[in-house]
Ligand binder design. Structure first.
Ligand code: MN
Length: 250
């Protein structure tokens, strides 16, 4: 039986996590280790300056007073009796498209699994008020069945975004690249009860690079977007020019 480590960034009580856990438990040995609260936007942060506690909820889920990355790191390197076969993160409440993946705790949890040598999938339901979690759960079930004979390429995480519609209304699956967004909206300024300024980080920018082949485009067409991502941020095609500059800079 396949052993699955399931995490998320919306917290251990999130509906998306509950839905996916229940579905996976039908055919796999599932352990849930998730943050004790909503840590969306936590990116790949690790807690280094205080200890972590893992408590167990009545339903068996572990909840941790740390980030999504902490959860997966802790689970694989000490909490679990044996290593899982795969790490799955989600179902996130909201899309993770283009530049979102740099901020996403959902993607980060999957990345941490991959960093520790395991195949990993991040899954998000693309809607501000997500409803059809069952659709995303079925998508993951199908993907796992399809991936079984193969393994994901090393260092690669699958970033899956699912339209928020009944499964029968999906227009297929599409392998995509990440698109890009315009720069984010400005922060929203307010005032605390003592008259001091406070700031809310504003919404992300609208899609900019969103043509055919991108994750944005697949979703807009009603298809499940599956993007292979990796952590290599090097701009390889800028290396040559920079080498010349470095030689001259001395
Ligand atoms: Mn989230």
């Amino acid at each position: 039986m396949r052993r699955i480590l399931l995490s998320n960034d919306d917290g251990y009580t999130a509906a998306g996590l509950q839905c996916l856990a229940e579905r996976l438990m039908g055919f796999a040995d599932v352990t849930v280790v998730a943050p004790d609260r909503d840590r969306s936007g936590a990116s790949n942060s690790l807690t280094l300056l205080h200890p972590l506690r893992a408590e167990r909820a009545a339903n068996g889920f572990f909840y941790v007073d740390g980030t999504p990355t902490d959860c997966v790191h802790l689970a694989i390197t000490g909490l679990l009796a044996s290593e899982p076969d795969i790490v799955i993160s989600g179902i996130n409440h909201g899309a993770n498209l283009g530049d979102d993946v740099l901020y996403s705790g959902t993607v980060a949890a999957a990345m941490e699994g991959r960093s520790l040598g395991l195949p990993a999938i991040a899954v998000s339901l693309a809607s501000a008020q997500p409803r059809h979690f069952a659709t995303a759960a079925t998508v993951i079930e199908r993907l796992l069945a399809a991936l079984q004979p193969h393994t994901l390429p090393a260092d690669t995480v699958l970033n899956v975004n699912v339209p928020d519609v009944p499964y029968a209304e999906l227009r297929g699956f599409e392998a995509t690249r990440l698109g890009h967004r315009h720069k984010a909206e400005p922060v929203v300024r307010g005032q605390d009860p003592r008259g001091r300024p406070i700031y809310w980080v504003g919404p992300p920018g609208l899609a900019a690079d969103a043509g055919p082949g991108t994750d944005f485009h697949a979703l807009a067409a009603g298809r499940v977007s599956v993007t292979p991502i990796h952590a290599d941020l090097t701009r390889h095609n800028a290396l040559q020019a920079l080498r010349h500059w470095c030689e001259e800079a001395l």
